[in-house]
Design a protein around this ligand. Structure first.
Ligand code: T1G
Length: 698
């Protein structure tokens, strides 16, 4: 018997308590312990029922994800679930906190289930590039029917106890200590001689139009395969006897385990949890974060204020005039109305946030008591320095002074104050109350507890916070500029912006770079090209055809015309016919003979440019670890999660192949395609980006 399961005898009931903190993951020792404890209960004279319950904050959060990719060890979970279900004793599961994946599958192998009102159940395996592999796709539809099961499995969502009761997944919802309510329920079942109810013996799921369902789920997955594969597994629960269905599920699970997507999504799972855990911040207490100041009430300022209000902080927002204050108030009201509509907040919460929690003012004196202030004014260094000078005078000692700049030098901004140690960059992404990414930009003099305060704010706002060093564009925008350049070069050489967008949507991005440029506004790129022109390297290729469009006042979606033409009230745009002529004119001017590009080559060049610049960013220490880059691109730049991020993608491709491609591209443009030293070194050492993540975790 392992120490992961505590065995207690309580009258006719054997209680099996799972003890594997923090979330009772079904590691080998837990599975072995459960199997042994079932044997013990069946051999324990007088025992008529078994109660399975979890210690700590959850029933079971699923299989132990850290075991994936390693050789599987017995007892295998599907076998254990069948063993539990087949027990001659009555088996009851008492669930609290989360019962996810293999955790819910263990509960479904019990004959009765009781749960706390706050409990949540789910089969989120698709978020790991997998499907439920211990009978979940066979037992759940037998309880809920095929459609609710497919919705639950392909969405991977956590279902509240009240809804799970309605769906027939659980039999009772009762408040109280999980062990006590479980014992009372089991005793009641024994007292009324309730029968064992193996779910596997229930009739299979009703038939559906499986191909249509499969195609629909595949389309929604935008290239992710696990949800669609799960449809085929539920189909087996409808068309095959239980054991055959279980075998089919097992085959599909094993196939998905071998996929790149499984690697990518598990990498994303652990990286999302590791990215904000910086060794150097261990034991460093953040400063207070009750009252927040925001300078500037434009889209970003209003979004940041909204995020802080939604996190329960009071906000003082400063604007230059009364009209501007009112406009900021309206933007925030609009954001909060949206949150109310999406059910993120209740009406009373909405009204409270629109009430005393928000102060709009034109005077910096109103900032005298805030703990942290975030500047979100126009992206101009002299304006920023002027604002920070005022903040230095107005804010209390110990107040953290943060800038939301998306590329300007934080050191230069900090130098406008007498307290550079209190200055940090907090780079939000638009819309700031929705986008999960927060770049915490650490300047030369930034104090460690100020960095800790930046991460604490990120956690409080529900953000994925990434530490970044100071350079033009920090992590995300710096890398974006380079892969965007690679796309522009391909346009000059013969690919159309529309083919490039289609190829990258095929790769898994929600939108291609040119559609994104139209969404963000072409004037931003235009301003950046103008800003960088004086320092441009003579060999740098920068297309000018799009400047022609900007000169005509066409800035994308906001003006109705950009790379695409947008009809009012219609989603998406149609390719702008003017682009081809503008490009052809520039090609003629530059003496370029356009050539065809395959979608594969487009994706390859785009990704190689991204990975190469990312390797520079890690090599220079702007990003601490490759996983920091991966999380930045996933949560701020729409990178498809099932690849795990560009660095994980590169590891999966093989860094030697990525380097070889870059070196071959350099034949045409040696200046742009200079291999990053870190990439060359890793290939020479036969190491991967993941090896660097592991080194950093030591
Ligand atoms: N395995 C291993 N470690 C896990 C884990 C798991 N299943 N779940 C959480 N952890 C670790 C996590 O890495 C972190 O570690 C700590 O626990 C706290 O987690 C056959 C194939 C449960 C909702 O997908 O969604 O069953 O960083 O920081 O925000 O069909 O964790 O502290 O070192 O996330 O409160 C299916 C995954 C598995 C659930 C808690 N289960 N976990 O969230 O804390 S596949 C899942 C979660 C499966 C079978 C299949 C969340 C949570 P560290 P945390 P949290």
């Amino acid at each position: 018997m392992t120490d992961k399961i505590a065995y207690e005898r309580h009258g006719d009931i054997a209680v099996l308590r799972i003890q594997n903190p923090p979330v009772n993951a079904l590691a080998q020792a837990v599975r072995q312990g459960l199997s042994d404890a079932m044997d013990r209960a069946e051999a324990d004279t007088g025992v008529r029922a078994v109660l399975i319950v979890g210690d700590g904050r959850a029933f079971i959060a699923g299989a132990d994800i850290t075991e994936f990719g390693k050789p599987p060890v017995t007892p295998h979970l599907p076998v254990l679930c069948n063993r539990i279900e087949a027990s001659p004793l009555l088996v009851v599961a008492s669930m609290h906190g989360v019962s996810l994946g293999g955790g819910l599958e263990v509960a479904l192998s019990a004959h009765y289930r009781i749960a706390q009102p706050s409990a949540r159940v789910g089969l989120p395996e698709v978020h790991l590039g997998l499907l439920p592999g211990a009978g979940g796709t066979q037992r759940l539809p037998r309880l809920t029917g095929a459609e609710p099961a497919i919705e639950m499995i392909t969405s991977g969502r956590h279902v509240k106890a009240s809804e799970a009761l309605e769906m027939g997944i659980i039999d009772r919802v009762t408040e109280g200590d999980p062990r006590e309510v479980g014992l009372a329920f089991a005793q009641e079942l024994l007292d009324r001689d309730a029968p064992r109810r193996p779910v596997s013996e229930l009739p299979g799921a009703e038939p559906l139009d499986w191909d249509a369902t499969y195609d629909n789920v595949l389309k929604k997955g935008r290239g992710q395969i696990s949800p669609a594969t799960a449809v085929r597994a539920v189909q087996a629960a409808s068309e095959l006897p239980f054991d055959a269905g279980l075998a089919a599920e097992r085959r599909m699970f094993a196939d998905l385990m071998q996929t790149d997507q499984r690697q990518g999504m598990i990498h994303a799972f652990f990286s999302e949890r590791a990215v904000s855990n910086l060794p150097e911040l261990k034991g460093i207490a953040p400063r207070a974060l009750n009252a927040i100041g925001v300078i500037g009430g434009g889209t970003m300022g209003a979004g940041i204020a909204t995020a802080c209000l939604l996190a329960g902080m009071s906000v003082v927002l400063i604007e230059m005039s009364e009209d501007a204050c009112n406009a900021a108030g309206k933007r925030i009201a609009g954001n909060l109305a949206g949150a109310l509509k999406r059910g993120k907040i209740s009406q009373p919460q909405h009204d409270a946030l629109m009430g005393e929690a928000l102060t709009l003012s034109q005077s910096y004196d109103a900032l005298s008591d805030v703990d942290l202030v975030i500047e979100a004014v126009f992206e101009d260094m002299s304006v920023k320095r002027e604002v920070f000078g005022k903040l230095d005078a107005a804010c209390k000692p110990g107040c953290v002074l943060a800038s939301n700049t998306s590329y300007l030098d934080i050191n230069e901004i900090a130098a406008a104050t007498a307290r550079p140690a209190d200055v940090i960059g907090l780079h939000f992404f638009s819309p700031a109350h929705v986008m999960k990414l927060l770049e915490v930009v650490v300047a030369d003099h930034t104090e460690a507890d100020v960095v800790a305060t930046g991460f604490a704010l990120g956690k409080a706002l529900g953000k994925v916070s990434v530490r970044a060093g100071v350079c033009d564009g920090f992590i995300g925008n710096r890398i974006l500029a380079v892969y965007r350049d690679a796309a522009n070069h391909m346009v000059l050489d013969g690919a159309t912006p529309f083919q490039i967008d289609k190829a990258l949507v095929g790769f898994g991005f929600a939108m291609g770079p040119f559609a994104v440029a139209d969404l963000a506004g072409l004037d931003i790129g235009w301003a950046t090209r103008k800003r960088k022109a004086p320092h441009r390297h003579p060999q740098e290729r920068v297309p000018t055809y799009i400047d022609r469009l900007c000169e005509q006042g066409h800035f994308g979606q906001k003006t109705g015309e950009g790379y695409y033409v947008y009809e009012k009230g219609k989603r998406g745009g149609v390719p702008n016919p003017k682009i081809a002529d503008l490009v052809a004119a520039e090609q003629a001017e530059l003496g370029i003979t356009p050539r065809p590009f395959s979608d594969e080559e487009i994706v390859r060049r785009y990704m190689c440019a991204m990975v190469n610049e990312a390797a520079r960013v890690v090599g220079e220490g702007i990003a601490r670890r490759p996983l920091d880059v991966d999380m930045t691109l996933l949560f701020g730049y729409g990178f498809p999660r099932y690849w795990g991020g560009p660095m994980k993608w590169a590891d999966i491709q093989g860094l030697d192949k990525v380097l070889a491609d870059i070196e071959s591209f350099a034949d045409e443009d040696a200046w742009f395609w200079q291999p990053a030293p870190l990439l060359t070194d890793l290939v020479a050492q036969g190491r991967t980006f993941d090896d660097l993540n592991k080194d950093a975790a030591k």
